[in-house]
Design a protein around this ligand. Sequence first.
Ligand SMILES: Nc1nc2c(ncn2[C@@H]2O[C@H](COP(=O)(O)OP(=O)(O)OP(=O)(O)O)[C@@H](O)[C@H]2O)c(=O)[nH]1
Ligand SMILES: [Mg+2]
Length: 453
Amino acid sequence: MFDNLSDKLQRVFKNMRGEGKLSPANMEEALREIRVALLEADVHFKVVKQFIEDVKVKAMGEEVLTALSPSQQVIKIVRDELTKMLGTHQSRLRFANEPPTVILIVGLQGSGKTTSTAKLARFLTKEGNKPQLVSVDVYRPAARHQLSILAKQLNAPIYEGTAEETKPLELAKSARREAMQTGRDVVLVDTAGRQHIDEQLMQELSELKEALNPTEILFVADAMTGQDAVKSADEFHKRLGITGVILTKMDGDARGGAALSIRTITGQPLKFVGVGEKSDALEAFHPDRVASRILGMGDVLSLIDKVQQNIDFKTAEKMQEKLLGDDFTLEDFRDQIKQVKKLGSLSGLLDMMPQIGPLKELKNVKLDESEGDLNKIVCIIDSMTPKERRNHMIINGSRRRRIAKGSGTSVQDVNNLLKQYAQARKMMKSFTGQAGLLGKRMGKFKFPGLPGF
Ligand SMILES: Nc1nc2c(ncn2[C@@H]2O[C@H](COP(=O)(O)OP(=O)(O)OP(=O)(O)O)[C@@H](O)[C@H]2O)c(=O)[nH]1
Ligand SMILES: [Mg+2]
């Protein structure tokens, strides 16, 4: 699933990784490549257009995260937009206030309706529901038999119908009645398919909808058919009003274009994906997880999440101004360390970052030998007078002795801290200076002459 797209996007980001800073030119290049990658993955052109536009707007307005490199910044934006395109939140099945809930399974011939009906029965049973199955495909006797076999394998009750019941509506109504009598809370109605959307089928499905008042009408689409699946989902939605999509055969579809387009085109959520022929091969669809899987960069993505959750942006911004303005005091150093502590191990964090010049050196500062060291630094700085914290130059020998005593450390520790501070001050200034410039650039990002975007 999404293999090719995943590979291509990763290549785009890898190419960007070498860049110390983002420029309109390399951003333009990256967007172009992302656009091609999406089109090659068979994503609907309208969806691609919207996506690229959204990424562009976001890149222009994005809050600057100095803890992230330029390529990570872009990965973050692409990940967020990809998640949005896939529907943001998981869309769960809805249930009727008064059981039984009726779920109509509709779609074209061979898309996987009967298989998906069985898979849903299994899924619902595992969730603690009691599904009742019925097939209303009266055109092919083998179709009803197929569902019976699957139901028996799953030990799920199926309404087989009487000899007199020859119409879909009769069968469905009887199945619902039976569910009510036997205390079943969900009726899964497997319907007949057609090769193309035709009037007769639509009429039949409309009648079922009218009479059964289903809570969900799930359109089953075959992912292998790509944009055709999207088109028929859209048409079914316009004619019938679907409430969600089950995309089958995702195990055989390396491109994933249908999955990426269906939400934007139909406005209806992807609820499940089929990933195999067996009845356990059904997955609830999680937009965020799928977006992360497509980008395939677990470490970078979790870094982004950590930074987003933990960094206090206002403080970070002020800090950046200070660093640029050459008044990074010991107090700021302490605040910085507190922020770092919130993020966990500094070396762990640095490991996730691209190894660009100043950061590589920062690693050697060994701020992070242990959590205890960070605490020690905070303690020492706390033992200084405000005047000392603002001007480290006045901290002479006797002051160092007093600070060591006050913080329960040694003069050696105080000396080390002051050395580290001086070093960090020098290096972080050069690093944040770069990031600051980048920030300014990103802030006023212009994309001159980008036809087609
Ligand atoms: N690999 C794979 N095969 C699937 C999946 N879902 C369904 N199939 C296969 O697709 C074929 C058609 O599935 P059915 O469930 O019979 O499709 P249908 O929509 O009920 O077909 P009609 O009733 O004829 O309209 C079968 O061979 C299934 O095993 C899936 O997620 N992955
Ligand atoms: Mg069928």
